[in-house]
Structure formats: C-alpha cells, structure tokens
Design a protein around this ligand. Structure first.
Ligand SMILES: [Zn+2]
Length: 277
C-alpha cells in the first residue's frame, strides 16, 4: 500500500483490484504495435486495468476519492470485466472502516468509478459509507439518465438511491468541497467528468481520472475509444499539462495497474514521462 504526504494531507492509495478492458477500447485509434509495448494484452486482447481509489486524511476529515467496481455487477458484466471487489478489504488493511469515511467523491458515474458507493442489503440498496456525504456532478447524473452511447456503463443503483435519500450532492461545475479539496471539470471522457484537486502546504495533487487513465496514456492523442468527445479530451489534457507541469503537481492515475501516482516531466524529445515521487 503506497502512501504520500502532501503538506498536511496524508494520501493512501487503495485498490478495488484489477479488471480487464479491451486494448482497442482502451487505446482508441493508437495502433496495437505501439500500445502493446506499454500495456501487454492477453490472448483475448484484454489489458489488465487498475481500480485505484485514494483516501485523503486532511487532519479533520477522511475523504475517499472514487469507489471502484463494487460487488453488485450482473453475472454477465462480471464475466466480461471481472469483479475483484477488494476495496473494503484494502481499506480495512489501512485501518479504515466504512464508518470512518466523511466524504466520497466520484469523478464521474461510470460503473467502474462508483461501484462501492452502495451495497445490497436484503432487497435494498444502501450506502456503503453510512456517515459520508457523497459528491458527483449534476450534468454527469443527467447524462447517466439519457440513453447515450455509453448507457451500458451506467448502473443507477450506484447513485440514484443516494440522490433520493439526499446523501449525494450533485454539484454544478467547479467547487470547493473542503478546505484544500476541490473539483474541476475536464470535459472529454464525458462532458462533466470532474478531477479532484488537493492542495496543502503549497503542494498540489490531482486525481485526473479518465482524462489520463494510466501512465501509458500521457501522449496528447492517445485517447480512449470510450471517450465521448475525443477532441475535447486533447484540449483538456493541454490545459491540464500546462498547469500540472508548471506547478509540479502529483498526478493520480485511476486505471494504472502499477502506478497510483507520479510526477509528470518532459523528457529530451519533449515527451512526457511519469516519474515516481
Ligand atoms: Zn469512465
């Protein structure tokens, strides 16, 4: 389990396990001969994919960024993607019980980012983190209810019960959730995907989510086929890199199977590299 000290904040990388995505979906129009050097695929063209959450202890609150796939997938989906369901076990290993979480933030509402928001209890769906305030974007939630290209990635039981009970707040755009903890919209993967920005002691870290899902996706135009607005992904990445490089931000990767976070540096040929802190 990796930890990192960001000013007064303690960051703990906790995983929901490894699942599998189709390499073509994961790397879009990038030729396989290029991407397979960075992300080797198995005989079914599947690439091991991380489900990285981050716990932030601010000193006042315990915040959970992202909740993985969870344990409620249908048999069909579980067969296709896998359902490792390791988040609660890994939180417990870090000494964190569900009751300890004060705030949960979802970057967006695809099934592999908010699965542990809720669990099944008998015939009911209840929140996994009973004392937590949950945050997502209103536009993302609206989109989840429209029958879009990515509708199969949305499972309403991960958020609608929380919206109905008032436990989930739907934000409208950039917002500060707690001192030093804010969200910022970076469109591309979805229209309203939000990154989570942490600032403490003059240092900044950013959970950039599916805008740059792994350290193999640093090239501007290595855009996932899943992205709804690929040209906006590129524009959002430009905006992100300008700020993250200048400010020496720690970038946290949602789907990297090995590296939960890294600094970004420009190498000799101007190529971006992920450098371990
Ligand atoms: Zn997504």
């Amino acid at each position: 389990m990796q930890t990192f000290t960001l000013g007064d904040f303690e960051l703990i990388a906790v995983s929901d396990g490894i699942y599998h995505l189709d390499g073509g979906g994961f790397f879009g129009v990038v030729p396989k001969t290029l991407w397979e050097k960075k992300a080797p695929a198995n005989e079914k063209n599947l690439v091991p994919t991380g489900l990285n959450s981050v716990v932030v202890r601010t000193g006042k609150q315990t915040i959970l960024i992202e909740t993985g796939i969870g344990n409620k997938l249908s048999e069909k989906m579980a067969k296709f993607f896998g359902q490792p369901a390791e988040l609660l076990k890994n939180l417990a290993a870090a000494g964190i019980a569900p009751e300890d979480i004060d705030i949960v933030i979802n970057s967006h509402l695809h099934f592999d980012h908010c699965g542990w928001n809720t669990i099944r209890q008998g015939n009911n769906i209840v929140s996994t983190f009973p004392k937590a305030k949950y945050y997502a974007q209103h536009g993302e939630w609206e989109h989840a209810h429209q029958n879009q290209r990515d509708s199969s990635s949305y499972l309403t039981e991960n958020y609608d019960p929380l919206v109905e009970s008032g436990q989930m707040t739907l934000l409208r755009g950039d917002h500060e959730i707690a001192p030093g903890v804010s969200v910022r919209i970076y469109p591309g993967h979805t229209r309203d995907m939000q990154a989570i920005i942490l600032e403490s002691g003059g240092k900044t870290a950013c959970y950039i989510s599916d805008l740059i899902p792994t350290s193999a996706h640093l090239e501007l135009n290595w855009v996932m086929a899943y992205d709804l607005y690929p040209l906006e992904t590129i524009e959002s990445r430009k905006r992100y890199y300008a700020e993250a490089l200048a400010g020496k931000w720690l970038t946290m990767f949602t789907h990297d199977p090995a590296i939960p976070w890294a600094y970004l540096e420009k190498g000799e040929k101007g190529k971006l590299a992920a450098v371990a802190p």
